[in-house]
Design a protein around this ligand. Structure first.
Ligand code: FAD
Length: 374
């Protein structure tokens, strides 16, 4: 089958590698001549195990370049950190993408870098066209009616930063800022460097003056606020951050349909997942694996894309709900954070619970932490 894929992120490149590995004729178009946005992402052990069943060599290479972390350290002002179990790997997004691209090319895919596709119609000669062009997909917007697309920005502001210090854990430091709260999601992604995503409540963001502060000043202010957690290190914005765009809000992307004729949406172009559960990359790569499996066996490309649409949408329902609950918990942080440190850590760990937002927090703690004396 002749497959065109637009976008060389984790979704598009995984599709190119897996489809080329099954002898499909794949051409991937990536608008950037080189480089990418962002810093490190978390890769979870169960995701890597699943991927290893499809391409053990790829997983071997990813692990050679990833940094393992163990345990989550949750700290709140005036209390020692609470340590929860957990483990994962951090990897630089740029490294992950170049390993994926290398794999796609050695399996026979053509990767045309520096080629921005201006309109889906230019790919009319392909049997299947996969739009893996990210959350801001312009090609999806041109066909928003066909896909039933809805996008909006919502939730807390965040800044994607790099800390020039190594780490062996996932840290969640919570601090007071202005008249609200700020916290970081911090994990290693390469030797000597840590991804440090800062999120703030709206009141902290306004009170600190981040709404009008130049980026350099804002980064220095964040260093001062998080000084106790930086071990003498410095912060700098993630690569690809425009000078006046340190702060973002989560971009929610939903589509009623992920396929239309011979075209399908994949990864963030189809569905975004709040970064607080660290799964967007994984889901994009799993979309690709499902789609390749179906392209291999369905009688036609259109049928494969239709089945992909219903199957993946179904599979993702649970994790999308978890991500919404996690984002909602962080959006309502002041409601939970005044609890004793152990209780707050317990709530944070259970932030994907459907019950938690529905009942008073004390009752929830009593039900789920019976030995805490409530
Ligand atoms: C702060 C933050 C932290 C995150 N942390 C994690 C994490 O820890 N773990 C995790 O799993 N996920 C994480 N994510 C989510 C993850 O980054 C995305 O879900 C993932 O990158 C989606 O992959 P994708 O391939 O669908 O799209 P993208 O990675 O966005 O790639 C899209 C590609 O398409 C290209 N493109 C766009 N338009 C065109 C065009 N017209 N022609 C050609 N090329 C085009 C772009 O240049 C880009 O390279 C995080 C996201 C954020 C914002």
């Amino acid at each position: 089958m002749r497959i065109a894929c637009v976008g060389g992120g984790p979704g598009g490149l995984t599709l190119a590698a897996l489809a080329a590995g099954r002898a499909h004729d794949v051409t991937l178009f990536e608008q950037r001549a080189s480089g990418t946005y962002g810093l490190g992402v978390v890769l979870w052990p169960d995701h890597l195990s699943d991927l290893a069943l499809l391409d053990p060599l790829l997983v071997h290479r990813l692990l050679q370049h990833a940094v393992a972390w163990r345990d989550q350290h949750i700290s709140t002002p005036g209390s020692p950190a609470v340590v929860l179990e957990g483990r994962g790997h951090g990897i630089a997004r740029a490294t992950m993408l170049s390993l994926l691209e290398q794999r796609a090319v050695e399996l026979g895919a053509r990767v045309e870098r520096g080629t921005a596709i201006e309109h889906p119609d230019v790919l009319g000669s392909f049997d299947a066209v996969i739009l893996a062009d990210g959350a801001a997909s312009a090609l999806r917007s041109m066909r928003a009616h066909d896909f039933g697309s809805r996008t909006r920005e919502e939730g807390n502001r965040y800044a994607w930063l790099e800390l020039d210090r190594p780490s062996d854990r996932f840290a969640f430091p919570f601090i007071t800022a202005g008249d609200g709260w700020a916290w970081a999601h911090a994990y290693p992604f390469r030797a000597g460097a840590t991804t440090f995503i800062v999120e703030t409540t709206e009141s902290a963001w306004i009170a600190e003056g981040f709404d009008h502060m130049p980026t350099d000043d804002a980064v220095r202010r964040l260093e001062a606020l998080f000084a106790d957690h930086l071990r003498g290190g410095s912060l700098r914005p993630a690569r690809g951050t425009a000078p006046d765009a340190l702060w973002s809000r989560f971009r929610l992307v939903e589509n009623r349909r992920w396929s239309s004729g011979r075209t399908a949406l994949l990864g963030d172009a189809a569905h975004t997942t709040h970064f607080s559960i660290g799964s967007g990359t994984r889901l994009a790569m799993e979309d690709a694996a499902t789609l390749v499996e179906l392209l291999d066996h369905a009688p036609s490309a259109e049928e494969a894309l239709r089945t992909y649409d219903t199957r993946r949408r179904d599979e993702l329902r649970g994790i999308q709900r978890s991500a919404r609950l996690s984002a909602r918990f962080l959006g309502r942080l002041p409601r939970y954070i005044d609890r004793p440190a152990e209780d707050f850590a317990h709530l944070l760990e259970r932030r994907r619970s459907r019950l938690l937002p529905l009942i008073p927090t004390g009752i929830y703690l009593g039900l789920t932490r019976p030995r805490s004396g409530r």
